[in-house]
Design a protein around this ligand. Structure first.
Ligand code: NAI
Length: 320
């Protein structure tokens, strides 16, 4: 079996002081990468906290024999994003991999948008990812090598939270990440820069409070951890990454392509609103078995159920 290694590669992982980011940093370092561990050290809603979680992950990596440095800049600050990349270059001489993971969830309701959390979500999730990539891009282009892993979310696809509330600007920013990933993939194609997105699901401080009931939470803590996400994402961060511009649903050891699809549809140069309605099964691809694909909502719901319920054998007890 081919081994996925990162020897001589330098990675920047944002928001890597805890949760999924920490797992990315550890997975890359364990396989040979030198890592800039960034974390601004904020609460779930994005308020500054006094801690140095980036340094503690650096200490963990060093204890395992790896190489890493801490960075405490904010990805949402253009100077901070540039400083992270400069730190990678100054410390390790290059920048090969960016895992854009930093995130907050200051949930607002969609019907209240743009509310107070709107700017924060856009700044951290969307602009933060763009700023970091922009800072690293010239170096990746020059060395003709780059791997970008952007973190989106099932929330971007219209995913209701387990507590029944709909996401607001968090989901909108995460949708922007999918679009940005496809554009980065296009721009990077001639330079061996590959960009892909992940839609993770893993128990962390962001997700744990919204899981209904201790049965599911207990199960997820054991089987749906950040390391599952990081080990799958490592493929996308590696030299062997087979694709660019795609997105993958990652949770609990499951890895699946997110399909951007359209059926053959209904085509008629003389269409009328009435004929569109009459041929709605073609519009929806329901009459077209060969091209029939699950729509986004179904795909994401199925993934979530698969992870939570089927393998746990606890579906009957849980009402989402
Ligand atoms: P987490 O809350 O455990 O970790 C996020 C980290 O990002 C924190 O340590 C925080 O200090 C850092 N951070 C926040 N703003 C920052 C900024 N401006 N600059 C630098 N660092 C900053 O969250 P978790 O669950 O590990 O999430 C990681 C990513 O995955 C986020 O982008 C999140 O939106 C996304 N995600 C997570 C899911 C899950 O199931 N845990 C589901 C879908 C998406």
């Amino acid at each position: 079996m081919t081994s996925v290694r990162f020897d001589n590669r330098v990675a920047l992982v944002t928001g890597a002081g805890g949760g999924i980011g920490r797992a990315h940093a550890l997975a890359l370092a364990e396989r040979g990468a030198r890592v800039v561990v960034n974390d601004y050290g904020v609460s779930l809603k994005g308020d500054q906290e006094q801690d140095d979680r980036a340094q503690s992950v650096v200490n963990e990596i060093k204890a395992l024999g790896g190489e890493a440095v801490a960075n405490r800049d904010s990805v949402a600050d253009p100077e901070g994003a540039a400083a992270m990349v400069t730190q990678a270059l100054d410390t390790f001489g290059r920048i090969d991999i960016i895992v854009n993971n930093a995130g907050i969830n200051a949930s607002d309701a969609i019907q209240d948008e743009p509310g107070p959390a709107y700017e924060r979500h856009m700044a951290v999730h969307l602009e933060g990812q763009l700023l970091t990539v922009r800072a690293a891009w010239p170096h990746m282009e020059r060395q003709r090598y780059g791997r970008i892993v952007n973190t989106s979310s099932a929330a971007a696809l219209g995913f209701v939270q387990p507590n029944g509330t709909w996401f607001g600007s968090y989901a909108i920013a995460k949708g922007g990440v999918l679009a940005a990933t496809r554009q980065q993939a296009g721009a990077g194609a001639g330079h061996n820069i590959k960009a892909n997105a992940i839609l993770p699901l893993a128990i962390s401080r962001m997700v744990a409070p919204s899981i209904p009931g201790t049965t599911v939470l207990d199960y997820m803590e054991r089987h749906t951890g950040p390391a599952h996400v990081a080990l799958a994402a490592a493929v996308l961060a590696s030299e062997l990454c087979p694709v660019s511009g795609q997105a993958f649903s990652l949770s609990g050891g499951r890895v699946a392509l997110l399909v951007y699809a359209s059926p053959l549809g209904y085509a008629n140069p003389d269409l009328t609103p009435e004929s569109v309605l009459e041929n709605w099964d073609q519009v929806m691809g329901e009459s077209d078995e060969e091209h029939r694909l699950l729509n986004f909502y179904e795909a994401v719901d199925n993934a979530f159920e698969y992870t939570l319920m089927q393998r746990a054998g606890i579906g009957a007890e849980v009402e989402l």
